[in-house]
Write a protein that binds this ligand. Structure first.
Ligand SMILES: [Zn+2]
Length: 115
């Protein structure tokens, strides 16, 4: 396996390698739920939804309540990378999504769709 450089990266069950958190698609459709879907960058992915970010709005400011990836995606990467490594990378991805990649200003302005 030494020649493959994909082994250190997160991968979706569909085979799509995700090297950077900026590659996920973020979709905000469930306004009343205050929930953002984290989607696989591969448009033809059969899993598609990899996780979610749930938030609440206090004094017109978003506050993240929970951000998590779904079990099939996590299990797949734990099997590939080992638990410690996979969990550490996935945690960093979630942190980057919440802090950098979600366009909170768009959401707070009432946008729906890709955020
Ligand atoms: Zn996928």
């Amino acid at each position: 396996m030494g020649s493959s450089n994909n082994q250190d990266y997160i991968q979706c069950v569909c085979g799509r390698v995700i090297k950077d958190p900026s590659e996920y698609k973020l979709l905000y459709l469930r306004k009343e739920d205050n929930e953002i879907d984290i989607l696989c960058p591969n448009d033809t992915c059969y899993l598609r939804e990899l996780g979610y970010i749930k938030f609440e709005v206090i004094d017109n400011k978003p506050r993240v309540v929970k951000a998590s990836f779904y079990t099939p995606f996590v299990t797949w990467n734990v099997a590939r990378l080992g638990k410690e490594k996979a969990m550490s990378i996935l945690k960093n991805h979630l942190r980057a999504l919440v802090k950098i990649h979600v366009h909170w200003d768009k959401i707070m302005a009432g946008a729906e769709g890709t955020v």
